[in-house]
Design a protein around this ligand. Sequence first.
Ligand SMILES: NC(=O)c1ccc[n+]([C@@H]2O[C@H](COP(=O)([O-])OP(=O)(O)OC[C@H]3O[C@@H](n4cnc5c(N)ncnc54)[C@H](OP(=O)(O)O)[C@@H]3O)[C@@H](O)[C@H]2O)c1
Length: 328
Amino acid sequence: MPGLLLFFFILALELGLLLYIFAVADGDFTLVSKKRVKREAIEDKVVWITGASRGIGEVLAKQLASLGAKLILSARNVAELERVRSELKGKHVPDGVKILPLDLASGEGSLKLAVEEAVSLFPGDGIDYMMHNAAYERPKSTALDVSEENLKTTFNVNVFGTISLTKLLTPYMLKQGGGHFVVMSSAAGKTPAPGQAIYSASKYALNGYFHSLRSELYQKGIKVTIVCPGPVETSNGTGTTTSENKKSPERRVSAERCAELTIIAASHNLKEAWISYQPVLPVMYLVQYMPSVGFWLMDKVGGKRVEAAEKKDNTYSWKLLFGKSKTN
Ligand SMILES: NC(=O)c1ccc[n+]([C@@H]2O[C@H](COP(=O)([O-])OP(=O)(O)OC[C@H]3O[C@@H](n4cnc5c(N)ncnc54)[C@H](OP(=O)(O)O)[C@@H]3O)[C@@H](O)[C@H]2O)c1
C-alpha cells in the first residue's frame, strides 16, 4: 500500500512538473527541447531574408550576422535596409551583408531578375537559406467585411509572391545540391483566427505549399522549416502594424526570442515550430491533436474575439471563453 501511494505521489509530481513546463513554455515541446542554435549550420552560410527592413526580419538579420552568416537583406524600403545594414557593422564584415530591393507583389518577371541577382551576390556560394519572412500588414477584418484590395494585396505578397520566388530559386538550390526554406507562417496558419480571416487563409496556404514542396523534394536536398508564431512584439513595440503606434494589451513573445527560436528551429532542421505563450499554444495543440474540441473552443470565442479586436482589447484573453458575444 505505501508503495502504491508513493507511485501516485511521484506520478502527480511528474504531471505537475509537466503542466508547469507547459504553462511557462514559449514554444512547442520539440522546439524548446533543442535549447541552442547549432552554430555550424549557420556560420558562413548565405541567408536571404525578406522583410528585413523592420520587425522580426530585422532581428533575424542581427542574430544571423552574430552567428557569422552572409546575408542578403530584402524589402521595398531601401533606406531602412541601409539602416539595418549599418547597425550590423561590428557584428559582421560589411561585405558579408548585401541589400537587394524587392517587392513581392511586383510579378514573376521582376522576381526572376531578383533571384538572378541574389544568386550572383556571393560568387561561388549558393543561397543556403531563404527566409520567407515578409508579409503584408495584418489587417483586422472579419471574414465578410474584407475589402477586395486587402484580399488581393495579402495574397499577392504573402502567397503568390512568396511561392513565385520559391519556384524561381529552387532550381538553383537543386543545382548546388540543396537549400533550406524557412517560412515565417503564423499560429493563424494552424488555427482559425477570428478577425483576421484573410491573413489566416494566406498562412494556411503557405503551410500547404511548403509542406508539399518539402515532401516532393526532400530526397533531393530541399529542406523546409515552417515557423508558426502567435503574438510577437515587433520592434515598434506594438506587435501589430507600424501604423498603429500603441502598446498592445496582449502578452507577446519578444521579437528577439521569436528570431532566436526561429534560428534554433532552422539549424536543427525542424519541419515545423510553434512559438507563443499561453493561451495560444494549448489551442494549437488542441486544434492539431483534438480538432473537434479545438474548433468547438474557437467557435465559442470567435465572435467575442472580433468584438475585442474592434475595442482594441486583448484578443488572446482567457476571458473570451466566458460570457456571450453581443452578436450571437
Ligand atoms: N508580429 C507578429 O505578431 C507576428 C505573429 C505571427 C507571425 N508573424 C509573421 O512574421 C513575419 C514578420 O512579421 P513582423 O511583425 O516583423 O512584420 P512587419 O513589422 O510588418 O514587417 C513586414 C516586413 O515585410 C516587408 N514587406 C511588406 N510588404 C512587402 C512587399 N510587397 N515586398 C517585399 N517586402 C515586403 C516590410 O518591408 P517594406 O515595407 O520595406 O517592404 C517589412 O520588412 C510576417 O510573415 C508575419 O506574418 C508575425
